[in-house]
Write a protein of this length. Structure first.
Length: 303
């Protein structure tokens, strides 16, 4: 068993703050059991990525709750294109500059900029920064991960690689595995999609209001789904592809990981995990927290 304390990075620091504060108030033991970070993209900042900006603002009351309970904050500055003169971004860097807090980014210049001006932050490489990958992992993928290990404190790898035999050759202490990715396995549009999402946050101050709900919904939704007409899938059909991949890879298939897969990662020495869910309904998000913070770890201890 790995005796190092597990760390979970959980979505919705401010967008789901009421739910998260209530959850941790009711489950105080989890705050002692784990190191907890909560992340979000806030204040309509142009540096944000991962999703099209919502009107989510930070609150000093919420900050006080997190800090009193030793919960750290991660800012999702994952836009690959950064204007370092952005007033909102620099204001947020100053506001959240505290030991243990994290900047999640997809731009290496951002790491250097923040380290020089705000040295207390830790740095995480966003999963959204990865475009086309090779499955199984090739030297190209492996060497990129090794390079990123020299720049970032933590890297969120593509989920398709975490059960690759070469993944164990990397420094497992530097990886944070996203355990409930809702994307399609090896999506051909993965990196392109996240770049287009991030572009909206630079183009508009309030994207949903200025560009309209329909336009932003189509950009943000899965491009392989009939819920979006942004791109038409011409060479990839997820409904046909998914079962074939599952049959081929079995337990090593996974974006939305099963308990057995998470236990295996824990045994392999992974101690950092990420839980997505900023857009999840309340009950679904609560179920995710229980599944990963309670059930999976308890099952691991029983091994």
């Amino acid at each position: 068993m790995n005796d190092k304390k597990m760390r979970f990075n959980i979505a919705g620091a401010f967008g789901k703050s009421d739910q998260l504060m209530m959850y941790f108030f009711k489950n105080k033991d989890l705050i002692k059991k784990y190191d907890i970070t909560v992340y979000d993209g806030i204040n309509n900042c142009a540096w944000n990525g991962g999703r099209v900006n919502r009107d989510v603002e930070y609150s000093d009351k919420v900050l006080d709750f997190y800090y009193r309970n030793n919960i750290t904050i991660a800012l999702a500055f994952t836009n690959p294109v950064i204007d370092f003169d952005d007033e909102t971004g620099n204001m947020l860097l100053k506001k959240f500059h505290k030991k243990g807090n994290v900047i999640i980014s997809a731009n290496e210049d951002m790491v250097h900029y923040v380290r020089e001006k705000y040295p207390l932050y830790h740095h995480t490489r966003s999963i959204t920064s990865f475009g086309k990958i090779n499955v199984p992992m090739t030297d190209e993928d492996f060497n990129l991960y090794k390079k990123l290990e020299t720049i970032y404190d933590i890297i969120v790898p593509r989920c398709e690689h975490v059960f690759d035999k070469r993944f164990k050759e990397l420094d497992c202490t530097k990886y944070e595995v996203l355990i409930n990715d809702a994307c399609v396995y090896n999506c051909p549009f993965y990196g392109e999609h996240f770049k287009e999402v991030a572009k909206q946050n630079k183009k508009y101050k309030k994207p949903w209001k200025e560009a309209g709900y329909k336009a932003m919904y189509e950009v943000e939704e899965c491009w392989l789904s009939d819920r979006s007409t942004y791109k038409k899938p011409t060479f990839f059909e997820p409904n046909e592809g998914q079962p074939k991949i599952k049959n081929k890879l079995g337990d090593n298939y996974g974006m939305d990981l099963k308990t057995s897969q998470i236990i295996q990662l824990m045994k392999d020495g992974i101690t950092n995990f990420k839980i997505a869910g900023r857009e999840m309904p309340i009950n679904d998000f609560n179920d995710e927290l229980n599944t990963y913070l309670v059930d999976a770890y308890d099952s691991y201890l029983e091994q």
